[in-house]
Write a protein that binds this ligand. Structure first.
Ligand SMILES: C[S@@+](CC[C@H](N)C(=O)[O-])C[C@H]1O[C@@H](n2cnc3c(N)ncnc32)[C@H](O)[C@@H]1O
Length: 222
């Protein structure tokens, strides 16, 4: 390590803080997935996790921790092009990400990503129909959802059947997708009530609107 190298502070499995920004250890060196900065320190390559491009990245900046381990199995709903999935792929070196995406175009990018990153299992499917992928997924350690639909909370609840007891589910709630006329706080409370009435206690609510307009992440424990 040269004396000019920045300090690399380990945060959790695969996650590091360098120069005040969060990074994951790049599983596929020399490759940037969505134009993020690559940084090499002491012959190890890191990818900057941009909170403006990833709600989970914003959650990390705000909370300074994440509920993922190197061997976690994760069900990811609304995977898109795989921006956030790629960082989870860096973290879960001995785990799996079942990445569900309904739209064909982003799914194609996800499929390309999964060819280089063997811990990503892309599923072209509708998260409203967990019965279509339940046999493949079985039970996971974390459910994460990022779907901007009016019935986003209902979709999340349906998928919590696939979450192991005692584990966590995270939903990035987009308030304006649920109701444009109500305040975000009222909508988050409505989402919490809906989850609570189905037996899922919300243990954390994290406002990420500084990076992701009209969004909060709710964390439930099953
Ligand atoms: C905000 S984007 C996802 C961005 C991605 N999570 C990331 O951080 O890299 C939301 C995605 O949810 C997908 N989506 C919407 N409804 C869905 C559904 N019913 N089932 C699965 N995916 C859905 C959309 O096609 C879109 O790609």
């Amino acid at each position: 390590m040269s004396e000019n190298d920045p300090e690399v502070i380990p945060i959790s499995d695969g996650v590091f803080k360098i120069d005040g920004r969060y990074h994951t250890l790049n599983l596929v060196p020399s490759t940037s997935v969505y134009g993020e900065d690559l940084l090499r320190v002491d012959d190890v390559e890191y990818r900057n996790w941009d909170p403006a491009r990833s709600k989970l990245g914003a959650f990390l900046v705000k909370e300074k921790s994440l509920p993922f381990r190197y061997d976690s199995e994760v069900l990811y709903l609304g995977a898109g092009d795989g921006t956030t999935v790629s960082h989870l792929s860096d973290i879960l070196t001995d785990g799996k990400i079942y990445a569900v995406e309904v739209a064909k175009n982003p799914y194609r990018n996800l499929l390309d990503l999964s060819k280089k990153r063997k811990n990503i299992f892309p599923i072209l499917g509708d998260a409203r129909r967990p019965e279509d992928y339940r046999d493949l997924v079985e039970e996971v350690d974390v459910v994460y959802q990022d779907i901007a639909q009016r019935d986003q909370v209902e979709i999340f609840i349906k998928n919590l059947d696939l979450l192991s007891e005692g584990h966590h589910g995270l939903i990035a709630v987009k308030s304006r997708s649920m109701d444009v006329s109500s305040s975000p706080d009222k909508i988050y409370q409505k989402a919490r009530d809906e989850l609570g009435s189905r037996g899922f206690e919300v243990v954390m609510q994290v406002d990420i609107s500084r990076w992701q307009k009209d969004h909060a992440v709710l964390v439930i424990e099953k």
